[in-house]
Design a protein around this ligand. Structure first.
Ligand code: ZN
Ligand code: ZN
Length: 588
């Protein structure tokens, strides 16, 4: 019987199995790097399988460059799974370009991608917003006959959606023989990010009809679509579905509901959702603070901010945008300054463009134009069109032609294709009777071929969104609407309404007059709303541009005559009209 060898573990070289288990138990690169070095000194230093495992361990611990080196330099013919893991690792860490480049490196090594490779590299193309790379990957998918794989097809839809190629996404979607929840999510999410919210909602309905289960991701996307569209009744219906199916309301879903109700003009329902959240984290607090902020209820937004901080939650930059926009819409300059300073001094948060935008708007509306301009000049970040545009709007409110001329140059430098700025400057000139200035802006628009985006307003009645363009006659009830508006205007005049002519006096051509008065698309929506809802119902109207002076005045009268609360969301803020007054106190 042979005698057992004595065990001398310290001097004995590690066995292969031993190294594998050591690799598996590495919990940080601090252990992994020396182990890697040690392995290179053993007889297994060139072992293909072991090197693959080392690379995999690096990927697991999120240290990608050594994995990539092993993959591209050390191992001969690395297996496809290692390529896949590295491509996935880079994509998940937001290093999209590296991930895509590895995909190409893989091809040049003669390794054929598989379904997994595609599902890992496509999100990288989406993250990099590179439709060029995405198309190349899509070509490979077709060439290798992988298009019928539901995960691959879903990743393609998601990629095209995020790259702004929604019609290409739709093509892939339509060709799929079978679609799951994730597929619908990709398509719906794509429509939302591309601003085609009505299509997002119709796809959601299609999803329901085909009996495919919606999940939290679906519902969050659909709520975003409702928020953008101002589709309050649809949003409420989705909320009902959530309750009925007992879907767990996590913080993201809670915040999406709060945001939807606020954007749709029902801050009371926003509050109810927030109040009932069992656990309120930063996202939910920020959603409710921003909700009250965008409605101009600055005091409430502030008191919520104080309560949030009191409960031990630290605000972030987004929370500050919420409170500052509240102060801005509420015209509370001193409070605004206080919080603007608090951001950096107490929370070390550097103000970004949105914070500056709020401050400029706030100072400008309060008539402190010089202070606003001074603040823009000291900005740590390059001011964008939003900041300059806010200042230009303030120049309009306070009829400051001289500063307007300075500011319009800046805003047109950063955003030359936006007709809104030319029209705003025309208004400033017109209000001061400077008709040559009006003509100059007009000419510039013509020369640069910028067209004014059409103004439209919409209102939801019985779950249907009705949209109206300026001077629209396409609605089936147009005749009734115009007749009602005429009748309404007569009653308004009796109450003292005078057409706001300050910006349409003088020798302006008819087209410009219409531009300046924005065509009153919101009046059509309001009239239709009064005609087709019950007495006392609140009207909620969405408008794509800022509401004009004349429509603002008219809506105040209408709210009084028709005894309706009218909530208008324009491009900038919410106006709550009630009994002849507006919550913006006529500054917007
Ligand atoms: Zn108008
Ligand atoms: Zn208002």
């Amino acid at each position: 019987m042979p005698r057992a060898l004595p065990r001398i573990p310290s001097s004995k070289p590690p066995t292969f199995q031993n190294l594998i288990s050591q690799l598996n138990s590495c919990i940080s690169t601090v252990n992994l790097r020396p182990l890697h070095a040690k392995i290179l000194k053993t007889q297994f230093s060139k072992d293909h399988f072991l090197l693959t495992r080392i690379a995999h361990a690096y990927i697991r611990l999120n240290d990608l460059p050594p994995a990539k080196r092993i993959l591209t330099k050390t191992v001969k013919n690395p297996p496809v799974f290692l390529w896949n893991e590295t491509i996935k690792g880079y994509a998940r860490n937001g290093l999209f370009r590296e991930s895509i480049d590895l995909y190409y490196a893989m091809a040049s090594c003669g390794v054929q991608p598989n379904e997994f490779t595609f599902t890992f590299v496509l999100p990288a193309c989406a993250g990099a917003r590179s439709v060029l790379d995405g198309r190349k990957v899509h070509d490979d998918v077709v060439r290798l006959n992988c298009e019928s794989n539901v995960f691959v097809a879903t990743a393609i839809i998601d990629m095209y959606g995020k790259c702004g190629e929604i019609s290409l996404a739709r093509e892939v979607f339509d060709k799929m023989p079978k679609r799951g929840t994730a597929t619908f999510n990709a398509m719906i999410g794509g429509y939302v990010v591309n601003g085609e919210c009505d299509k997002a909602l119709s796809h959601f309905n299609q999803m329901q009809k085909s009996g495919i289960q919606a999940d939290v991701i679906t519902v969050v996307s659909v709520l975003q679509a409702c928020a953008a569209q101002g589709a309050l009744q649809q949003g409420r219906w989705i909320h009902e579905q959530i309750k009925r199916t007992k879907m767990e309301v996590n913080v993201y879903l809670g915040a999406a509901l709060i945001h939807m109700y606020a954007r749709c003009g029902s801050i009371e329902e926003s509050w109810r959702v927030f109040d009932q959240m069992p656990r309120k984290d930063l996202i939910c607090w920020t959603a409710i603070i921003s909700g009250y902020g965008m409605h101009g209820f600055a005091e409430v937004a502030e008191s919520l901010f104080v309560r949030m901080v009191g409960s031990g939650i630290r605000p972030d930059a987004v929370t500050f945008v919420g409170v500052l926009s509240g102060f801005s819409h509420g015209g509370m300059v001193d409070k605004g300054w206080q919080y603007f300073k608090k951001m950096l001094n107490e929370y070390s948060l550097r103000p970004g463009l949105e914070h500056y935008s709020c401050m400029v708007d706030m100072l400008g509306r309060a008539g402190r134009l010089e202070d606003a301009e001074g603040l823009v000049k000291t900005m740590a970040v390059e001011p964008d069109a939003g900041v300059w545009g806010g200042l230009l709007n303030a120049c309009k409110i306070h009829r400051n032609v001289e500063m307007g001329e300075r500011v319009v140059k800046e805003v047109l430098r950063v955003d030359p294709a936006n007709a809104g700025w030319y029209v705003l400057m025309s208004n400033i000139y017109a209000m001061s009777g400077k008709w040559d200035g009006v003509a100059k802006m007009r000419l510039m628009m013509r020369e640069r071929k910028v067209a004014k985006p059409p103004g439209w307003s919409s209102i939801e009645v019985a779950g249907q969104i009705h949209s109206f363009l300026a001077f629209d006659r396409s609605h089936p009830r147009s005749g009734e609407i115009y007749e009602f508006l005429k009748d309404l205007e007569d009653r308004m005049r009796l109450e003292g309404y005078v057409v706001e002519t300050s910006c349409v006096l003088g020798n302006v051509d008819e087209e410009l007059k219409e531009d300046m008065l924005c065509g009153h698309s919101e009046r059509l929506a309001i009239a239709f709303g009064i005609l087709s809802t019950e007495e006392g119902d609140v009207l909620r109207v969405m408008k794509n541009l800022r509401v004009c002076v004349d429509c603002h005045t008219a809506t105040k009268f209408i709210s009084k005559i028709a005894r309706r609360e009218i909530i208008v969301r324009d491009a900038n803020r919410f106006h709550h009209f009630r009994e002849g007054m507006c919550s913006c106190r006529d500054y917007w």
